[in-house]
Design a protein around this ligand. Structure first.
Ligand code: PEP
Ligand code: MN
Length: 350
């Protein structure tokens, strides 16, 4: 929609914008109002070159875009009826829970096996465990490919699918060949477009799921959804959006908790939202409340760090991980809240 600076365009100006949009296969339809005439672009108005040329005209005030910039992630796309089934759960039909250690310690695999068994017992549907880790400090433990076998052994022992972060293209193949069900894109890589493309390409013919964390420096919500669009554009729509807190603004929390963006995401896109309360608040003490808040905001699931002995964990474990007891309590309460919220929704509809 073209809004001119004047009440209506002159015949020459109209001819000029018509010539531009015609080059891109579109037409102009004037909409004559009492005080002002605006000009609808009929056709696919997303052509960047066309919009740049129109916006550059000195008699054009602005262009309002009516079509969504994300063709596939948009709630109005054909994919809106797509349902993701993983770990025995159809997302959206019951609360989906991923839980496990931040990082797998390759020297002490039993912590991971015991944690995997405990998170299953606590009611989780998928186990998480970091094989490769994006660490702020290059001298800290960076992960170890040996942990991939430990991750898969945890999966075999529990019968649950697993999620792990991939940080570069080589990790994608290794994880997929090993049998990882969910590839996690970490907050630091959420804007790494070559990686997003490589993941989309690699999973196009599979039923692999991608857990896309929200980048800690991401701004508008459209930036997050557009990152997902990069992956889905290759044909696999199993994408899960994961708010995990943005850059810290509050003393006391590790990040700025962002579970409240859940309804905003749901307004724009059909993709399920699984909130990570662990990295959001960064302290085990505050994780249960953040998890419940996420469910109250309409999240479809939770991704929680847990460890049978948090002080023996590496990575974020000692600060962030819930013990199995607290995890079990949190999951039980979250499931109750989810049922209450969704039961209430059905009653409102009836
Ligand atoms: C993690 O899940 O352990 C992790 C590093 O997450 P994020 O990318 O959200 O920091
Ligand atoms: Mn972590």
């Amino acid at each position: 929609m073209i809004l001119p600076k004047t009440n209506r365009l002159t015949a020459e100006q109209l001819a000029e914008i018509t010539a531009i949009v015609t080059e891109f296969g579109c037409k102009i339809q004037p909409i004559i109002g009492a005080a002002r005439t605006i000009y609808a672009i009929v056709g696919d108005e997303r052509e960047e070159l066309m919009l740049n040329r129109l916006e550059g005209l000195d008699y054009v005030d602005r262009i309002d875009r009516i079509q969504s910039p994300f063709k596939l992630m948009d709630k109005r796309s054909d994919l809106a009826s797509h349902r993701i089934k993983v770990g025995g759960v159809t997302l959206g039909e019951e609360l989906f829970v991923i839980a496990g250690t931040c990082t797998i310690d390759p020297k002490n695999p039993n912590y991971f096996y015991e944690t995997a068994a405990a998170v299953k017992e606590a009611g989780a549907h998928m186990i998480r465990g970091g094989v490769w880790k994006p660490r702020t400090n290059p001298y800290t433990f960076q992960g170890d490919v040996k942990s991939l076998d430990i991750l898969m052994e945890g999966s075999r022992r529990t019968g649950l699918p697993v999620d792990t972060e991939v940080m570069e293209e080589a990790h994608i193949k290794l994880a997929l060949d090993a049998g990882v069900t969910s590839l996690q894109v970490g907050a630091r890589n959420a804007l790494n477009y070559p990686l997003l493309r490589a993941i989309g390409r690699a999973i196009a013919e599979r039923d692999t799921v991608v857990l896309l964390k929200r980048g800690m420096h991401m701004g508008p919500i459209s930036e997050f959804i557009s990152a997902a669009e990069y992956i889905v554009a290759f044909g696999n729509p199993n994408i899960v959006l994961c708010p995990r807190g943005t850059a810290p603004t509050l003393d006391g929390y590790r990040n700025h908790p962002d579970e409240s963006i859940t309804p905003l995401l749901k307004e724009k896109t059909w993709a399920p939202v699984v909130v990570d309360p662990s990295h959001s608040v960064g302290k085990a003490l505050y994780v249960p409340a953040c998890a419940l808040a996420a469910v109250a905001y309409g999240a479809d699931g939770l991704c929680i760090e847990a460890h049978v002995s948090p002080n023996h964990g590496i990575g974020d474990d000692p600060k962030q991980a819930l013990t199995p007891e607290v995890l079990a309590d949190t999951i039980a309460q979250a499931k109750q809240l989810w049922a209450l919220r969704h039961g209430a929704k059905k009653e409102t509809k009836a």
